[in-house]
Ligand binder design. Sequence first.
Ligand code: ASP
Ligand code: MG
Length: 808
Amino acid sequence: MKVLKFGGKSLANGQGLEKALEIIRYKKLNQEDICIVVSARGNTTDTLMALLENAKNGQWEEEDWINFKEDQLKPISQYQSVLEDEFKTLKNFFSGVKLLKDYSLKIKDEILSFGEILSAKTLVHLLNHQSLPAKFVDARTFLITDNRFGNAIPKEEISERFAQKIFQEFRQREIIPVVTGFIGATENGETTTLGRNGSNYSAALVAKFIDAEILENYTHVDGVFSVNPEWVEDARHIKNLSFQEANEMVNFGMNILHDKTILPLIDKNIPLKILNTFKGFDQTGTLISNDQTNTSVKSLMLQQDKSLVVFEGRGLLGKVGVDARFFGALSRAGVSVGVISQGSSERGMGVVVDQSDALKAVEVLRKEFARDYDTKDVQAIHSVDNLSVISIIGQKMSHFNQSYNALIKNQVEPLLISNTVSGANVSIVIRKEDTSKALNIIHGELFENPKQIHLAIFGCGTVGKTLINQILHSTYDIVNRKNTHIKIFGISNSRKMILDKKGIGKNWEHQLQNASKAADIGELVKYAKENHLENLIAVDNTVSHTFVDHYEFFAENGFDLVSSNKIFNTLPIHQYRNLRKVLHENNKKYLYETNVGAGLPLIDTIKLLHLSGENITRIKGVFSGSLSYIFNHFSIREVSFSNILREARDKGYTEPDPREDLSGNDVARKLLILARELDLVNEFSDIHIQNLIPESLQHVAKDDFISRLEELNDKYVQLKQSLPPDHVLRYVGELKGDLQKEKGDLEVKLISVPRTASLGQVKGSDSIFEIYTESYGENPLVIMGAGAGAEVTARGVFGDILRVSEHK
Ligand code: ASP
Ligand code: MG
């Protein structure tokens, strides 16, 4: 015989009940021998509890009662009499409660039992009506329990004897027994219930008593998942589980099954299949059996609405019997305790309890330790509410470090971590608001899902635009090669922004153009929070002086930073340092390799040398691509300075207003950034800058300036003519002095160098950096290459993003 158990949703009015009937018909058509165990239909048990409470509190509404009855009668509306007796008795019970303004647990069980009774009777009627002979079986006639009302414990031996007698009559007969789940009776015939979700347990017991070949549990889910799919999108469906694994999951909060469902099945080795009532006949479901071949199932279970009861009793250190008093008090108050932690050096203890028990727990403990409170041996007893417990099943403590690191990086700090002594389970206690994020992070680690990186990109100028397209172009490649999924969840220019947690795609420019959301950093950060996005990086590709004010805010809100914008690193040194402090406190990174020399690996190299203790004595080079182009060409071609300038501007090598380059400020900024990498505390104002724009042209309008470029020619012709033979002009930045001191000498100037020197050999718009150190002596380390341009800068930013991602 097969036992089919149908849950509340599978028997609810409408589709549920129809599907359940279809399944039963199908089984009979296949001549299968079946026994049915039912839950109360839909939310009946909850509704009965609410009615009961209202009756007690004098809030009884006749209309609620009428609705309840209508709901129950819906599928058999022409046969009202079928449930008449039950309604009458139930109404009497409610009247009694209304009168007494109180009820006992025993009465409560009596009343709740009607949920299953009404359900079974309705089903029997419907089956018989469809010419499928069925008979109502009241579990109270065989399922004998103790008298712990609300949570009764079955007495299996006598129950089994009774059951065998009762089910005898169904053997070799076509009649389908329809058994009430959830309920039983004491030896004196008082109604009991087995606890919420208890119908599963009833079904397992029936299966055991009648030696069923299988228990098929029809639910509204597809089976067991690695984690509740409502919480984590890529939860994995588990096809096979051993009894032990399933039992472990149940112990840690899997709520498809009742705590004790598995045990009766193990006794007689009866497999349990979890199926979805709504999914037709060829579904896999989850098979829970004796089969041990899959012994490495990993899953996450969640328990919500928990509190941590904290006990601090330093004065009791070393005293014997404190734990016994602690747990004794809780147990006398009927508070059950989950995760436990106890420090070994301090007399402190933390236990996890249901939030609904937290107040009571604190109260009884305060009473128990009242004397010790007075003598100051106990400092505090209190509870921390709104917590969740996530249990990782199939994870050894020794492998938990990856998940733990990932949690910390994402600002999820477990309040407690505990592992089981035997087996491979780790439980962590976290704050409720972190639950979804934590589940996603741990699940990702457990299944080595691609790491999800979430980028917000600010600035859509040439660098920003190029970067976004580079990223979108390489997404799949990076997933395959690095198991990292880089998603752009936000793009913003100075006016508008677009947000999409699923990842913004190739159509972004169009979307941004038509966006209705105004650019708003606060809102963007809020969006990331509300959607529990992990591994956040803010990318600054603006040239804005004000955007950098938000860096700290980003770091405080869990974002790492990547920036091609140079402004921040040239702000006054206290701001420079403060951000680094905030980053450190928040465990965040800030990379800006492209601040100097675009994608050239310059900052990284200098950092490394400096960190390794190498004494950097001087840095000198051509830092600006535009000025490099201008002087490289001017030095060797017979063309006027103004024409070279125009050419450079036309080719996009200079800023629209070339004075930004000619002023030397850009080179000065880069020099300052390098100096600060060496821990020098120079300010921008310390830099000697040779401004290449004559006084007379410094303050005129841009167009005016462009039309008067010829005024620059005389000076540069003279300069060129006065050069020693085989020398060329170069505009350089130089950092020197005693770099062991607080500040170095920073200078930005136009110089002449031999054509054959390395500075003299730079071509096109390349940059060159000479790094002099103590060990390298007079032979500097030279880094040379394309040090400007959107393509290489974007590549450099991308590189920084990947490096930050690796640390996540
Ligand atoms: N009807 C009971 C409940 O809602 C038992 C069950 O559905 O398993 O808890
Ligand atoms: Mg660089």
